[in-house]
Structures are given as C-alpha cells and as structure tokens.
Design a protein around this ligand. Sequence first.
Ligand code: PGA
Length: 259
Amino acid sequence: MRIPMIAANWKMYKTINEAEKFASEFPLDQELQQGVDVVICPSFTALQTVSESIRGTSLMLGAQNMHPAEQGAFTGEVSPLMLSDLGCKYVILGHSERRHIFKESSQFINEKVKTALKYGIGPILCVGETLEEREAGKTREICGSQLLEGLADAEIVEPTMIAIAYEPVWAIGTGRNADPQDAEEVISYLRQLLVDKYGAGLAGEIRILYGGSVKPQNAADFMKQQNIDGALVGGASLEIESFYNIINSAVYDGGSHGI
Ligand code: PGA
C-alpha cells in the first residue's frame, strides 16, 4: 500500500524570511503526521532555513533541481552531496520548466536520477505532455518515453525513495487542471510501464503524483483515483492555508492506495 505524498514546489518564490515564516508556522497535527508524507521544496537559498525550521517534525525537505556530478567546475550548479548535506530527502527532476525553458534532455535528467538515487536522495521525476502533443494524440507516447528514458538503468531498491509526477504542461500554472479521470488513465498507463520494468511488487509501491493547478477545491477528486497517490503543488503550496487543505484531502482519502 502506498502512503500519499504531497509535495510543495515553491519554484522561484519566497525569500529566506518568507520561507522561514511558512515553515515555522505550518500546523503539524498528529493525524497529518501519520497519514501522508509532506515534502517542501524551497529554492536553494531557503533550503538551510527550512531544514532548520522543520527539524524534528514529519515534514521532509526537497530541492527543485540538482546537477548529476558530485562536484566539479559547473558554475552555478548544486550537487547531490550539497543537497544531502542540507538534509534533502527528495529532489524534483525533469520538471517541465527545466525541460522546456532550460532545454534539459531526458538523458541529462536520467543522469540526475541515477546520481540522486546513489546519494540516497529520492527523485521526484516529472513527466508530461504539451497541449500540442495532447491534441496530436501523443500523451501516452510522450509521457511513457519521458518516464522510461528518465529511469533508464536506474536501479530502485527502496520504492518509497522515488516518486513520479504526471504534470501535463498545459495544466501547470494555468488554473486549468486535468480532468481527474483523464489523469488517472495516464497514470495507470505509467504504472503499467513501471510494472513491466520493475515487476508488480516494486511498481505497486512507487508513488505517482498528479501536478498541474492542484487546489484545495480539486485535490480530493485526484486523491480518490486508484493510481493517483498524491500531488505536486505549485501555486497553491505558497500559502499555508491552501497547502494545508490539500494535505488534508490526502489524509481523508484513507491514507493509502494500492493495486
Ligand atoms: P501549479 O504548478 O500547481 O502552479 O500548476 C505545479 C508544478 O509546476 O509542479
């Protein structure tokens, strides 16, 4: 059975003070601590302060990107060693903004996935089609190849140490979320690919999240789908109240999914 995961992708928002305020004021009740894994992914500059604010709580720290090398002459980049040093448990990789704005290739993303796993940081591997690709009927083909290329030669021993996020590009930051049943269809296809690659036992334990305009008003509709195990939340994760309400919809979903 899979414990839901709700991850906050703060993107390039929040100064150190704003991040600290959010993390220290975030309510942590018992129920919330047990029913769902919550990951906060601030910008690099706020990782340290959020790491300190959430120490000793059930909240987990994640980063939004990473270079695949341990160290080296890569101006402006941040390595897996640096992230684990800060206490990062997860890292978002292959986000559509990285793929489309910064032109990251699936091969480069795959290198990051493998190094993250090597250093004990769980990749949250994002896949998703553009509107053009969707309209051309290529959703499965695009998402499937992003998934398999991203995971090429990646050995997964601990299934909770990786998550997949299905994020249709046209739904990100647009206020236009995918239809939950459509998302479930794509996600169950992605799960089938994981079953073919890793076997039903392991694939049945890997969490697959939906992302793209998730809000408190629609989160429960995604959470109640059989194969959707949580959400990667951008805009609605920036305010305590809306993020907390999204987490609650995962808790009240019953706390676990399975195939
Ligand atoms: P959004 O972003 O929730 O603002 O649509 C999601 C994401 O980019 O991960």
